[in-house]
Write a protein that binds this ligand. Structure first.
Ligand SMILES: C[S@@+](CC[C@H](N)C(=O)[O-])C[C@H]1O[C@@H](n2cnc3c(N)ncnc32)[C@H](O)[C@@H]1O
Length: 227
């Protein structure tokens, strides 16, 4: 997602929640699955020692920050080779999300944390490679099925932010007419984002979230044997 006035609010909310989670759970050598342009490089830097980004050859994004070419299903790395993993806004773009979770589990060291962000109510994007939307129950099921322990699934918004942000995105469709009214739409869009931010603080109905952040952990082998 590119940062612009039209999506400022969701970036602020996403990045704030992500940083809080990263500061608690990410360390050492980290794999960034579907890294795109590695937008969280600066945010991660204080907490980790190495940031390895993997993405596929036909990505629509600039490739200059990719360290390893591979796919979410086949990461060119040994078993148990990373201390932490992040995967932001990627799972919905994968035909086989379960296989991708298995692959993340394979390359993560026992005890390591994986941080995912995944949309729930959001429009189609990066088409045609946009396959799924997940509920928190579907996410829990998939992560646990491949062996992860779910630490937390956080809903990042309620109805107001989700509705307001989709409304603002839709407004920008009208910018394609003969007269460009970019500045007016930017102004209206920012005003709406401010209003829905306050409304969401007053009344956050998490079943309308646009996005979840999932914190999952690969169990140590003795924990697996006990359970
Ligand atoms: C919405 S972008 C998110 C990029 C980045 N993680 C971020 O948060 O800005 C989705 C990313 O998933 C990548 N992707 C899609 N299918 C993939 C696959 N099969 N294996 C690895 N990456 C994939 C795309 O190339 C793209 O970089």
């Amino acid at each position: 997602m590119s940062k612009s006035p039209r999506n400022r609010l969701i970036h602020i909310l996403h990045d704030k929640a992500l940083e809080e989670v990263i500061s608690r759970h990410c360390q050492g050598k980290l794999i960034d699955i579907g890294c795109g342009t590695k937008p969280y490089q600066a945010l991660l830097a204080p907490y980790i020692t190495e940031h390895i980004g993997v993405d596929h050859q036909s990505t629509l994004h600039d490739k200059s920050n990719i360290d390893l070419f591979g796919t979410a299903y086949q990461i060119p790395a040994d078993d148990d080779s990373f201390d932490s993993a992040i995967c932001t806004a990627v799972l919905e773009h994968l035909e086989e999300p379960e296989l991708a979770l298995k692959e993340c589990y394979r390359v993560l060291k026992p005890g390591g944390f994986a941080i995912y962000s995944v949309p729930f109510i959001w429009h189609l994007h990066e088409e045609p490679r946009d396959f799924y939307r997940f509920t928190k129950y579907g996410l829990k099921y998939l992560f646990e099925k491949v062996g992860f322990e779910i630490i937390e699934i956080k809903a990042l918004s309620g109805f107001w932010v989700t509705f307001g942000q989709l409304f603002v995105y839709n407004l920008y469709r009208y910018n394609r007419s003969v007269i460009k009214w970019t500045h007016i739409i930017d102004g209206i869009g920012l005003l709406i984002q401010g209003i829905v931010y306050v409304l969401d603080k007053l009344d956050k109905t998490e079943q309308w979230t646009w996005m979840y952040i999932i914190i999952a952990r690969k169990r140590e082998s003795d924990e697996i044997h006990k359970s």
